[in-house]
Design a protein around this ligand. Structure first.
Ligand code: ADP
Length: 468
């Protein structure tokens, strides 16, 4: 499906008369953690693609595992514990790789495949991340994994910037050769393939810079300053920032920074983001974002003490699932009126975003710039709640597609070999769209204490449930 999507994209651009011959460099981004399993012999197929047929026709039999596991897969808890045990515990794994064992992380996914599908694993020639897979289609060869997206695998030693031998050994035999070498995120990894030159009239000298994960690319796309807090409101929500050094923590993640591989970025991801907001928009606001926004504007900060917790799918932190409604006395109630439900989902999501961001060592004060990106950053009413909950001003750039813009910046960064600050010199200054309302600080301070306690009970209960 992904290969066919790539064909369709290029075909449509060609139909539109896109000037492929004017491109000088391409980079890109892929959803983090997903993995692609190329079958033995496919390297040769990639190198000898004929322009007379589409990629999906030629790569039909190119994969040892036809369906790629992606970030939403949470089936590898056993593998996570096994990996943590083998390297000396969860904190040790976090110290080496930037994260304790997480279900979606690629090393744990690979371990599951190597244990449960040994014959498919055996005939796998190369394992790519979604990002390096897409870059492979451009260069007509296996593309290396970059350090930043590679940090989302529980396999990379983020201090030495090399695969961790202990982690590799725990996750699968001969894994080092199946993963190939790593490169810095600004490395030029080759030129576009003969296939692209012949079929789409790409410029033969067009270079390709390593692709990275969508989150690292988003960081580049907002052209951040040290100390900014970035909140990305996509299908899942993520909060991240630029750190000068790494610290081992059990919650959240540290990645090698895509802009400067001597520094790091921290990231906390929440699975229940836009898709949950969208469900509530459909159920409570007749499918209209305008109506959803009106409900937000017309309900009071603090929602008269009502708190809802919405984990439609198993959340990452805490590991809990379900929808819960509590009144101002912390008693469970079966439902909320529609307008209360709308405010409850946004307030509880944003309280959790701030709470975990601070646990990960990112301090948020009244002078912190909150840079909002992603689909829901178009919604000013949601941004006002973020500002109230975080107690800090919220900024947005005109360009919501920060991962795509960040990929363009990274292409230029790699091609020109200049400082990143020079690349983003003409980046539009983000506009301040919300400042905290009076009284917000006290309301959300109290609400956060209650939210924390309620969330803790749910997480404890769900741990009991999963054991029984
Ligand atoms: P991703 O790239 O992770 O798929 P995007 O950053 O493109 O996601 O965001 C897509 C999401 O944006 C959709 O799921 C939708 O719910 C949300 N979205 C789009 N418009 C609005 C809006 N006006 N208000 C709130 N959310 C919105």
């Amino acid at each position: 499906m992904w290969v066919k999507a790539f064909d369709i994209l290029l075909d449509r651009m060609k139909e539109d008369g896109f000037p492929f011959n004017r491109l000088v460099c391409i980079s890109g981004a892929g959803q983090q953690h997903g993995s692609v399993y190329w079958k033995k012999g496919t390297k040769e197929v990639l190198k000898n693609l004929t322009e007379k047929a589409s990629l999906h026709e030629q790569l039909q039999n190119g994969f040892s595992i036809p369906d790629s596991p992606i970030w939403m897969d949470a089936s590898t808890t056993k593998n996570c514990r096994e990996l943590e045990d083998k390297v000396g515990g969860p904190l040790k794994l976090a110290e080496i790789t930037g994260s304790r064992g997480f279900e979606r992380y690629t090393g744990n996914q690979i371990m599951k495949i190597s244990q449960t599908r040994p014959s498919e694993y055996e005939i796998t020639e190369r394992i790519s991340l979604v990002s390096s897979f897409a870059a492979s289609l451009l260069i007509g060869d296996y593309a290396p994994i970059d350090l930043s997206d590679g940090s989302g695998m529980n396999l990379l030693d983020i201090t030495t910037k090399k695969w961790s031998p202990k982690c590799l050994q725990a996750c699968g035999s001969d894994l080092s050769s199946k993963l190939g070498d790593m490169v810095s995120s600004k490395q030029i990894i080759g030129s576009v393939s003969q296939f692209l030159i012949g079929r789409y009239n790409f410029n033969p000298s067009c270079k390709v810079v390593a692709f990275t994960g969508d989150n690292p690319a988003s960081l580049a796309g907002v052209a951040p300053k040290l100390g900014d807090a970035i909140i990305s409101l996509g299908s899942s929500d993520t909060v991240f920032s630029w750190l000068s050094r790494q610290t081992a923590e059990l919650e959240g993640h540290i990645f090698v920074n895509p802009i400067d591989s001597d520094t790091y970025m921290s990231l906390v991801c929440f699975k229940n983001g836009s898709l949950t907001r969208e469900r509530i928009k459909n159920e409570c606001a007749e499918g209209s974002w305008d109506k959803f926004s009106d409900y937000l504007k017309n309900t009071p900060m603090g929602n008269n003490g009502n708190i809802g917790i919405y984990f439609d799918v198993m959340e990452i932190q805490p590991l809990a699932q379900g929808i819960f409604h509590f009144n101002k006395s912390n008693e469970k109630v079966s439902s909320f009126p529609h307008d209360v439900e709308v405010r409850a989902v946004i307030e509880s999501q944003m309280i959790a975003r701030k709470m975990y961001m601070e646990m990960r060592g990112m301090h948020v004060g009244p002078d912190t710039r909150i840079l909002a990106t992603g689909g829901a950053s178009l919604n000013k009413a949601i941004l006002q709640v973020i500002s109230d909950v975080f107690g800090a001003p919220v900024f947005v750039s005109d360009i919501p597609n920060s991962a795509a813009l960040g990929s363009c910046y990274r292409a230029k960064h790699g091609l020109d070999g200049c400082e990143f600050t020079d690349v983003v010199r003409s980046h539009p200054q983000p506009e301040c769209v919300a400042v905290p309302a009076e009284g917000a600080r006290q309301i959300y301070k109290e609400m956060t204490v209650r939210y924390k306690a309620l969330e803790k009970t749910l997480a404890n209960n769900s741990r009991v449930d999963s054991r029984t």
